[in-house]
Design a protein around this ligand. Structure first.
Ligand SMILES: Nc1ncnc2c1ncn2[C@@H]1O[C@H](COP(=O)(O)OP(=O)(O)OP(=O)(O)O)[C@@H](O)[C@H]1O
Ligand SMILES: [Mg+2]
Length: 224
């Protein structure tokens, strides 16, 4: 088998609050191959977001090793980690995290700024990404002028505009009604069918079912 895109070995994340230590993750082993669609499922407080933050290079393990696309993240300083993150990962969050008072087009173009792409090319690529997601007629709308489902599609366009190897989604349907949620899930399914690796966090077992593999988190540990 080829080198996994994501390789966690015995990863733990302990939050040290001084008077108390919270073991949010303990001894997690996880491999994700390129092209997989993995759902990480578990109840509130089980450690899903902690795991997503580590996989997404927004946080580091307090023990164990994480290797992303062949690079052991422990060997990178914070700038190196940020570069690896912006090259490799697109993020989608429950609350969309769009810039307010900023058009859909400018929102989607933003990640390309950090890659030194010219303004003309940024806007062209952002426009094409929005077009692909069926929002070609909404490029100049600001987030408050879009429905929740449309805002989440803008967020997915923004996550994809850099053509990342990995799409990481934390409760992508959490704020959506069931019909817009189903649209987003169909979209993720299509993106995966086209070859994109997706890791999605959810506490909803119905949402998890679209993934090709599920892992369950309980009290900071992965169970099969
Ligand atoms: N910054 C922090 N400091 C201390 N403890 C934390 C911190 N962040 C999370 N925790 C604790 O770590 C555990 C895992 O939290 P996490 O946010 O990963 O859960 P989750 O599975 O994403 O939950 P939810 O479904 O509610 O989003 C919880 O017990 C939480 O209280
Ligand atoms: Mg969470």
């Amino acid at each position: 088998m080829s080198t996994p895109l994501i390789e966690l070995q015995n990863v733990s994340r302990i939050y040290d609050l001084g008077h108390i230590q919270v073991a949010a993750l303990q001894g997690v082993d996880l491999d994700v191959q390129e092209g997989e669609f993995l759902a990480i499922v578990g109840p509130s407080g089980s450690g899903k977001s902690t795991l997503m933050n580590i996989v997404g290079c927004l946080d580091r393990p307090t023990a164990g090793t994480y290797t992303l696309n062949g690079t052991p993240v422990a060997e990178l300083d914070d700038d190196g980690l940020a570069r690896l993150r912006s090259r490799t990962i697109g993020f989608v969050f429950q609350n969309y995290n769009l810039l307010p008072r900023t058009s859909a087009l400018e929102n989607v173009a933003t990640p390309l700024l950090y890659q030194g792409v010219s303004r003309k090319d940024r806007l062209a690529r952002a426009g094409a990404a929005l077009e692909r997601l069926g929002l070609g007629d909404r490029v100049n709308h600001v987030p408050t002028e879009l429905s929740g489902g449309q805002q989440q599609r803008v967020a997915i366009a923004r996550a994809l505009v850099t053509e990342p190897a990995l799409l990481l989604a934390d409760e992508p349907t959490g704020n959506l009604d069931s019909s817009s949620g189903a649209d987003v899930i169909t979209l993720l399914h299509e993106l995966n069918a086209a070859g994109r690796t997706i890791v999605m966090i959810t506490h909803d077992v119905d949402v998890a079912r679209v993934a090709s593999r599920q892992v369950h988190v309980r009290d900071g540990r992965l169970i099969a």
